[in-house]
Write a protein of this length. Structure first.
Length: 612
């Protein structure tokens, strides 16, 4: 069925000076329509422009239009917008994405007109907002007048995206290629962040991937996952690729099962072709999609966002650095809170540990003056950098500080510890900042499968103070006697801290631990003490009772032997009580030789490393 298009805009009949107009968001900025308005704007002045996240040349920001437009943005998309806000001739309104629509509906920001881009009408006369629905649909439902640019390049998408031709007061038909996202450069740090993030994502999880290189880095490392789903603000090429591989099938979703949900997409032309009439994808307005209540209806919701700065208590800065506004609130708070309420959910902040070419730490003892907290310290469960995963849920301020220092860049760890001690967040005995084990390489966590569960072999660190105490008190008196050659009744917090706060470049302290969320349960500990007088090291192990005989000590010993060889240590030695037959068996099976010393209360074992 053919439908007549509404007439070309006669702007004097549609708006007037002092009107408030909305401009379509994302890749749906109707640039040809805006150009037409600019050509017929001589009699207008003081038109207020409302906009969200926009991908566009932003011609209406040109200085020559300052008397024509006053601009109010919910998000600072690029340098053009950023400079205008900094100069004071454009305004920034900080608002959570899910609540922007309410500003239109309750007349806080009543709209006289909405300028939008849509797809060509279908046989019934319905156009689609296509790749840019988010807050635009709410604007069209509340604006007194809708003026459209019909763009043959805009895909038609499913969900709540359609507007009938009869609702347009005027329109133009103009083809406009949708902006394509530049392929970002991927640094080693970003790649390591992606690997750590992938460790957190469980099979069957539902994903939200926020803007930025750090959150999207995980997609490359999810290719072996199964039955993932998507309920996110944005679709990108990486999500499309995982869907085509069958990794994302939305099968396990508990909210809109079988469907991938988004507010907009931004990527390549292949992505825009992919979403066109795709029955597996539905686009919804932000008020619905990004409602924390609806987000939480997805079990195992994993929300990955980024940050400019995180302080040692867990406060997250996203929109500003000092008094300079750089981005916006966006959907971070909505997805963080929604994931926190989800059954099995994971709210995650992912960022590189430094900025300005490594000169500035993004993990700080105190926020820069003027910086605004977007996500509070109580909301974030995980912070991920290229140096690891900090689990913050349920941790005290002291424990959070130690966790976050652990994943800061090594160049800043000691300074952060010294600064946080000035605030008395950590006790006086906490003098040594954590050090990585260089031989572990980029990732300081090695996944291993034990009894059908995921465990990690990793270095002990200062944040393990309490888990090591719990590990100690899980042992029987006999296990403690066999390990320490005496019965120790107590492991104080201070003693525990000294045991986990090791110079890992000299001595070595490793553990095998079960970790999920902020649950850390140490199963086995192995350590050696380096003796620089004769270039040897003394090795010792202890394993949780119920896990003895499962090969954990052997796994630790092989790892420590490999590291000792890399460090060109000449010999490993161990001293074991004669009745500790399981531990003697571990050493015997791994090439240690029993040495007769004449001492009856212990067996002396050695392994030459420089001859292997």
């Amino acid at each position: 069925m053919m439908h007549d298009l509404p007439a070309h805009p006669v702007w004097a009949e549609l708006i007037r000076s002092g009107s408030r107009i909305y401009i379509g968001s994302g890749v749906g900025v109707p640039n040809a329509l805006i150009d037409d308005l600019l050509q017929h704007s001589k009699k207008f002045h003081d038109i207020e422009v409302i906009q969200g996240y926009t991908v566009s040349p932003h011609r209406w920001f040109d200085q020559k239009y300052r008397n024509l437009f006053s601009i109010n943005t919910f998000y600072i998309s690029d340098d053009i917008v950023r400079q205008a806000v900094a100069a004071g001739w454009a305004d920034y309104t900080p608002t959570k994405q899910s609540e922007i629509s309410s500003l239109f509906t309750d007349d806080t920001l009543p709209l006289d007109a909405a300028l939008v881009m849509v797809s060509p009408p279908d046989e019934y006369g319905y156009c689609s907002l296509g790749a840019a629905v988010d807050i635009t649909m709410a604007a069209t439902r509340q604006a007194k007048t809708i003026i459209a640019q019909i763009n043959p390049a805009m895909p038609s998408t499913n969900g709540y995206t359609h507007i009938h031709l009869s609702e347009f007061a005027a329109c133009i038909k103009h083809e406009q290629a949708l902006p394509e996202m530049p392929i970002p450069e991927r640094s080693d740090a970003i790649e390591r962040i992606g690997q750590y993030l992938a460790m957190l994502v469980q099979h069957g999880a539902t994903l939200h991937i926020g803007k930025g290189k750090a959150p999207s880095s995980v997609l490359k490392y999810l290719r072996n996952h199964k039955n993932l789903g998507v309920h996110g603000e944005m679709l990108c090429d990486g999500i499309m690729d995982l869907f085509k591989k069958g990794v994302i099938n939305n099968r396990n979703k508990t909210f809109h099962p079988g469907k991938m949900l988004a507010g907009y997409c931004y990527g390549s032309q292949a992505l825009y072709d992919f979403v066109h009439n795709n029955p597996h994808i539905e686009f919804y307005p932000s008020g619905y999609l990004e409602s924390p209540t609806n987000i939480a209806r997805n079990d195992n919701m994993v929300a990955i966002n980024t940050a400019l700065e995180v302080d040692l208590s867990g406060q997250v800065v996203t929109e500003s650095k000092g008094y300079n506004f750089l981005k916006g609130i966006g959907s971070q708070v909505d997805f963080i809170n929604g994931a926190a309420k989800s059954k099995g959910g994971m709210p995650i902040i992912a960022m590189s540990s430094t900025s300005q070419n490594g000169k500035v730490s993004r993990i700080v003892s105190h926020l820069s003056e003027g910086s605004g907290v977007v996500t509070t310290r109580s909301s974030v469960h995980y912070v991920v950098t290229e140096y690891g995963i900090a689990s913050l849920k349920g941790l005290s301020i002291r424990e959070r500080a130690l966790e976050l220092i652990r994943i800061a860049h090594p160049n800043f760890r000691q300074r952060l510890l010294e600064e946080v001690r000035k605030k008395y967040w950590v006790p006086d005995y906490a003098q040594r900042a954590p050090k990585d084990v260089p031989e572990f390489g980029h990732s300081q966590m090695k996944p291993i499968l034990e009894s059908g569960k995921d465990y990690f072999l990793r270095p002990l660190n200062p944040a393990d103070e309490r888990p090591l105490q719990e590990f100690f008190y899980s042992h029987t008196e006999e296990s403690i006697r066999l390990r320490y050659n005496q019965y120790r009744k107590q492991l104080t917090r201070e003693n525990s801290f000294h045991l986990v706060s090791v110079d890992q470049t000299k001595d070595l302290a490793l553990c095998i631990a079960y970790q999920y969320a902020s649950v850390v349960k140490i199963m086995a500990v192995g350590r050696y003490y380096f003796n620089d007088r004769d270039n040897t090291c003394e090795v010792a192990f202890i394993t949780r009772e119920e896990y003895q005989g499962k090969g954990l000590a052997t796994r630790l010993l092989k790892e420590m032997t490999s590291i000792a060889k890399c460090r060109k240590i000449k010999k490993m030695v161990a001293y074991v009580l004669p009745e500790n037959s399981p531990m003697l068996h571990v050493f015997d099976a791994n090439g240690f030789t029993r040495i007769l010393t004449g001492k009856r209360n212990e067996v002396h074992l050695e392994k030459q490393l420089d001859k292997d």
